[in-house]
Design a protein around this ligand. Sequence first.
Ligand code: COA
Length: 335
Amino acid sequence: MTGQGLAQVDGARHAAILGIGSYRPSRVIPNAEVVDAIDSSDEWIQQRSGIRQRRWATPEETVQMMAVAASRTAIERAGIDPKQIECVIVATVTHMYQTPAIATAIAHELGTDQAAAFDISAACAGFCHGIAMAADLVRGGSAGHALVIGVERLSDLTDVGDRGTAFIFADGAGAAVVGPSDTPGIGPVVWGSDGEQFDLIRQREDWRDVIASEQPVMPHLVMQGNAVFRWASYQMAKTGQQALDRAGITIDDLDVFVPHQANMRITDAMARAMKMPERVKIARDIAEQGNTSAASIPLALDRMIEEGDARSGDKALLIAFGAGLAYAAQVVIVP
Ligand SMILES: CC(C)(COP(=O)(O)OP(=O)(O)OC[C@H]1O[C@@H](n2cnc3c(N)ncnc32)[C@H](O)[C@@H]1OP(=O)(O)O)[C@@H](O)C(=O)NCCC(=O)NCCS
């Protein structure tokens, strides 16, 4: 490179979440409806996972429909015009087309002005990956505002006869508008992966094997629950502590804890390991909603805002983890 190199754009000094929205599918499925197929009981499911019921989407509640509904609320709460959104990031593993990304259709339906739009595949960690990317896009000048969506229809990929997953997975969408801010509203991300454990949570077989089989069925998600449980409970508490350190705060400064809603016992184990003070409000959306993968953190945070457990200006620790294994955590200021 000779001379002075290339012209650069300036971004915002700081980025923050400006608005959050969510969409819960209309079908409420109590434990009683799933127990027979897996020879289980309401008591066992509640004790082992904290789940009382989950939401499953109707055929009309598509990935796109749920994502658009959550996004409209987030955009309205952010007080911006959809045309101000210059990038749409959709975290999902349940958009059933290999290509194109669902993000372009969502951006179009929302009425953005041909925003950049793409999907990311980081499973349950997807939303926090998206928030990290959006914050850097806004600060780096690549997007004035970015929309991050976590959306799943995991019921499509769930084997209702599988004892290890049938009672856990659920559907829904959450969205956040990230934009410029006078003060830092999104702390540095702590993220990573452990591909040695690639097989712990995964689609059972690839699409070519499904098509080649004599009686093709959906390639359901399978999980080694015990191993995931151990990894998440111990490793993710460390990741959470690193996110606090990188944001320059201590656990005593924290107001709200929103871990991925995987299992209530994992949430409790992380809170114990991090010595979380009792006054910190902890997201427990899984009890009513089930595990919605990339959608679980915005769904849980939105519920806390609506119920007054998270207030504007609060410091919230987000920790997302899942298949890959992939994880990401950051502290954010509640909008
Ligand atoms: C799935 C999970 C709830 C299973 O709980 P667990 O305590 O690990 O259960 P185990 O597989 O060790 O089985 C314990 C016992 O319950 C039984 N069991 C397993 N699934 C059951 C079910 N759905 N209903 C009733 N009993 C069940 C087993 O047969 C076993 O019985 P045994 O002691 O007589 O042999 C738990 O492993 C978990 O939540 N893991 C993390 C999953 C997760 O969060 N995934 C998402 C990450 S993104």
